[in-house]
Design a protein around this ligand. Structure first.
Ligand code: CA
Length: 228
């Protein structure tokens, strides 16, 4: 299930850039060009996260954020405020807007994506799905257990997160860089080679003699989880 992100921004070029990067990362994107439209879109499309520009026509980002927080249905909705450099961003930091995070323009898409991911993770620690399954492999996320054709698979915490991310993105080729971002987190410096080491461990734990290896190595691109 891809998360839905609502971009509230009146600068068309920025919207295009954000949409492109978010869609590349697998998100579903909705847009609103002013504060009033934003409130309508939130009711209508129930986004998982909002990127909210501070300076907007009609209603300011600040006011939109206040209204989001006032409504019980949206009070926990993750909001990242986009602010311009200068006095505006100082003001926004000084005010209790209720935003979860701030990004100052101009920002790198990579940094913004990392913040989005971490915010979404915080918002849904165990996700809506309690179990994931692919082929004969089942992950019970709540109980933190993995089985293959009914037998218990023992995984270390990194292999567990790795398998989870693979299964959530089954069929997609995932680069080592992407895996590092998602599974290890950007805060930690890890070499890309480390990914290979953990993939090897994961394969060893998952695959018994004669069983298909669900993890495909894609030359010079990365790995993908594939089951029939
Ligand atoms: Ca603006």
């Amino acid at each position: 299930m891809s998360s839905q992100i609502l971009i509230v921004e009146d600068e068309a070029a920025l919207v295009t850039m954000l949409r492109y990067n978010l869609e590349q990362d697998g998100y579903h994107v909705e847009e609103a060009g002013d504060g009033e439209e934003a409130l309508l879109k939130i009711d209508e499309s129930k986004p998982d996260l909002i990127l909210l520009d501070w300076m907007l026509p009609r209603l300011s980002g600040l006011e939109v954020c206040r209204r989001i927080r006032r409504k019980p249905e949206t009070q926990d909705l993750p909001v990242i405020m986009l602010t311009a450099r200068g006095e505006e961003s100082d003001r926004v930091r000084g005010l209790d807007t209720g935003a979860d995070d701030y990004v100052t323009k101009p920002f790198s898409p990579k940094e913004l994506l990392a913040r989005i991911r971490s915010l979404l993770r915080r918002a849904n620690p165990s996700d809506t799905h309690e179990t994931l399954s692919g082929g004969d492999i089942v992950m019970d996320l709540a109980a933190h257990k993995v089985t293959r054709t009914g037998r218990d698979i023992k995984l270390g915490p990194t292999e567990f997160r790795l398998l989870r991310f693979f299964m959530e993105n089954a069929g997609r080729v995932l680069s080592r860089e992407r895996l590092l971002d998602e599974v290890w987190g950007r805060e930690i410096f890890v070499e890309e080679r480390t990914v290979d080491v953990h993939i090897r461990r994961l394969r060893k734990a998952l695959n018994k003699d004669g069983e298909d290896d669900p993890i495909r190595t894609v030359r010079s691109a990365g790995y993908s989880f594939e089951v029939n």
